[in-house]
Design a protein around this ligand. Structure first.
Ligand code: NAI
Length: 243
């Protein structure tokens, strides 16, 4: 029997990068998986559901549809997120609100909608995609880092609140991961090759991490094998945090 057989998972931001890799891995290991994303196009056997995590009505509708079509929910991967560059002076209020709305309040909206279903599960787990930006002082990432700091704090607070309900809550902290997001960042750089080399050099292993490596950590934290683990963060960052 596969590790996730009989379990039902919802992955936000599941149409690309880390979310798609996590959704694919969970499905390969036996879960039935729905992806909530602005983009509903996902490969079989994943179920794509179009929703915007900043829009509460669309979140509620998509979570209800996922629970109905999968027959309940055991696993929630809160992974949808967007980036922002610059120091503390460099973004207008509107941009601070926009990025917090996706990265922090989006997580809150989806979790709120999913919790009644998760509480009914015997193997409930939430895994949040946080970032090494929550624990390391990265230059020119003030807004983004503060949203991920909030995700780390929320992970621990939710773990404390939900432990009595049997819902485990953990997060992964990826370093720079080779996803379409980073591809876009490099495309926008004046010298993409030099920018890529700088990102690789920032991580002690001298390379970016892969979406599949982050997905493996998400799958571990979501799995019954991590049944005694809650309120923790797992770095997948080429040694950036620990060394
Ligand atoms: P990506 O851009 O490849 O995928 C993000 C997905 O989220 C996309 O499919 C997008 O449509 C979806 N999304 C964005 N805004 C949304 C919204 N309002 N509602 C619903 N879906 C929305 O990005 P990637 O790299 O896979 O990032 C995934 C997560 O990993 C993010 O939370 C990001 O902060 C985090 N992360 C990424 C790192 C990296 O280097 N790529 C490093 C550390 C953390």
């Amino acid at each position: 029997m596969s590790e996730f057989s009989g379990l039902r998972a919802l992955v936000t931001g599941g149409a690309s990068g880390i979310g798609l890799a996590a959704a694919t891995l969970l499905a390969e290991r036996g879960a039935r998986v729905a992806c909530l994303d602005l983009d509903p196009a996902v490969p079989e056997p994943l179920l794509g559901l179009k929703a915007d995590v900043t829009d509460d009505a669309s979140v509620r509708a998509a979570v209800a549809e996922a629970a109905e079509r999968l027959g309940g929910l055991d696993i929630l991967v809160n992974n949808a997120g967007i980036g922002a560059q610059g120091g503390v002076e460099d973004n207008p209020d509107e941009e601070w609100r926009r990025v917090f709305d996706v990265n922090v309040f989006g997580l809150v909206r989806v979790t709120r909608a999913a919790l009644p279903h998760l509480r009914a599960s015997r193997a409930a787990a939430i895994v949040n995609t946080c970032s090494i930006a929550a624990t390391a002082g990265l230059p020119q990432r003030a807004l983004y880092s503060s949203t991920k700091g909030a995700v780390l704090a929320l992970t621990r607070a939710m773990a404390a609140d939900l432990i009595g309900d049997g819902v485990r809550v953990n997060c992964v902290n990826p370093g720079t991961a080779d996803t379409p997001w980073v591809g876009r960042l490099l495309d926008d750089a004046a010298d993409p090759a030099a920018e890529r080399a700088a990102l690789e050099a920032r991580q002690p292993m001298g390379r970016l991490v892969s979406a599949e490596e982050v997905a493996a950590a998400i799958a571990y934290l979501a799995s019954p094998l991590a049944g005694a683990t809650t309120g923790t963060d797992l770095a997948v960052d080429g040694g950036m945090h620990g060394l």
